[in-house]
Design a protein. Structure first.
Length: 460
């Protein structure tokens, strides 16, 4: 959510309702993967360092592995709130019991933390291609916010539990819950989880080996609690904290092809970076940080929600919203850095930065040989990356054969990793694009370090 914790002036006006009785056996939550699922969808909003990439509408991205993401609709919003603060944060996607989707989000545009809303945004969707029934849902009458809403199916109650962060009468954030069958009317609010200190951004994994898990933000770390029931007040903290600097917005994701679980977290800055950890199971409560080579977040994405989908749903989303018309190139041995131009010089810089469009490229047929590629700048479309005195720079295409040759490269299997890519110069065929002291140039490549310098992931 990227917000301070908390404003002490916010206090409850009403007492929490008594817990509902728990009946029936625990079942997998509606957000848990279905047998036919083979892909993922992510919902998020966007912020960038100077605001050029900031948008508080619902953005969508898709992935086949839950690690490397392709933004849809050119990373533009697919729908934007028309009520409340006219913007959203912290979107969450839930596949309901009938197979359709509901999208929930914080009613807040920007970072005016003094704005207090007792409402959350709600959309219904059959397929995440059209959105209907938009409304704001009021969750309480308290003088406090509703941040980071999420939901899961509580089979024992036969209702959805809608959880969110709010300030309690002791003056600290807790996880609240309301119950609903339709996301139009809700039960009275009650405290779902209160360990006695600030907690926000609850994310659930329901019915995993007969246990329910709740991950949340505590002191800028991600911490887990667990319970054998879904009763409010039944969860106890058990896990080792995971963090990378100040971290929030946990998102638990189960691999569809193995027993691996992933934990995503968002750094606590206005223009944050996602980090990911993995574990062979939730019961141990320990996480191993993933190398950033393994995953790539959608550009400028913030506080995501991830749900699994079928291959058909994946294909339909791409067909409706379109794949990006551009790519970004990640450095193999400096995976926090991306190929960009700065003052028209080619280099790799650490994400995030603005203008973020400096790192977006159209890989077009080679100007000198259509079987090769040329790198056309997105924000300077008359300019291409070309080498001059072996250094890469962004120049206007002057139409000469020399320029075309300097701006043409052959894409090959990555010299350090064949699943990545390297780029060999058209007119200097013993030389490859590589970075040296973060600047891009073309050089002969022989050593292991040089091979790593010359290897890039072509993604988004």
């Amino acid at each position: 959510m990227s917000r301070p914790l908390p404003s002490r002036r916010l206090v409850l006006r009403t007492a929490a309702a008594a817990p509902l009785a728990m009946t029936g056996a625990l079942a997998l939550g509606a957000g848990t993967a279905h047998a036919a699922d083979s892909a993922y969808v992510m919902g998020y909003f966007t912020e960038s360092p100077n605001g050029t990439g900031t948008d508080y509408g619902l953005h969508l991205a898709v992935s086949k592995d839950s690690l490397n993401w392709m933004p849809l609709n050119q990373n533009n919003p697919v729908v934007t709130p028309t009520e409340g603060d006219l913007g959203l944060r912290d979107p969450f996607i839930l596949r309901k019991q009938d197979g359709t989707f509901v999208v929930l989000a914080t009613d807040l545009k920007g970072t005016d933390w003094s704005y207090v809303s007792q409402y959350v945004h709600v959309w219904n969707s059959a397929d995440l291609r059209t959105f209907t029934g938009y409304h704001r849902l009021k969750l309480h009458d308290m003088d406090t916010h509703c941040w980071a809403p999420e939901a899961f199916w509580d089979a024992g109650r036969g209702k959805y539990a809608l959880i969110y962060s709010a300030v309690n009468s002791s003056g600290h954030n807790v996880i609240m819950v309301n119950y609903t069958t339709d996301f139009v009317t809700v039960s009275a609010p009650q405290v779902f989880f209160d360990p006695g200190y600030d907690v926000i951004d609850g994310d659930m994994a329901v019915g995993v080996g007969g246990v329910n898990y709740l991950y949340f933000k505590k002191d800028q770390t991600l911490v887990g609690a667990r319970s054998s029931s879904l009763d409010p007040g039944s969860f106890t903290v058990f896990s080792t904290p995971a963090s990378h600097g100040g971290t929030e917005a946990p998102a638990l994701v189960k691999s569809l092809t193995s027993s691996t679980w992933y934990l995503w977290g968002d750094t606590y800055t206005p223009n944050g970076v996602f980090y990911a950890w993995q574990s062979t199971g939730l019961s141990a409560g320990t996480w191993t940080a993933l190398d950033q080579k393994a995953y790539t977040q959608p550009v400028n994405s913030k506080h995501c929600g991830i749900a699994s989908i079928t291959a058909t749903q994946y294909d339909n989303l791409v067909a409706t919203w379109g794949a990006p018309a551009w790519n970004r190139l990640k450095s193999y041995n400096y995976p926090a850095r991306y190929v960009r131009h700065s003052n028209f010089a080619g280099r790799i810089d650490e994400y995030p930065f603005d203008p973020y469009t400096d790192s977006q490229w159209k890989l077009v047929p080679g100007l000198a040989d259509s079987s090769g590629v040329s790198f056309q700048s997105v924000n300077y479309p008359t300019r291409y990356l070309r080498h001059h005195n072996y250094q890469l720079q962004l120049d206007v295409n002057d139409g000469t054969s020399t320029f075309a040759a300097d701006a043409t490269f052959y894409r090959t299997a990555g010299l350090a990793d064949a699943s990545w890519s390297s780029f060999r110069s058209y007119n200097n065929p013993t030389r490859y694009i590589r970075h040296y002291d973060y600047a891009l140039r073309i050089d002969p490549v022989s050593t292991a370090t040089e091979q790593q310098d010359a290897t890039f992931r072509v993604g988004y």
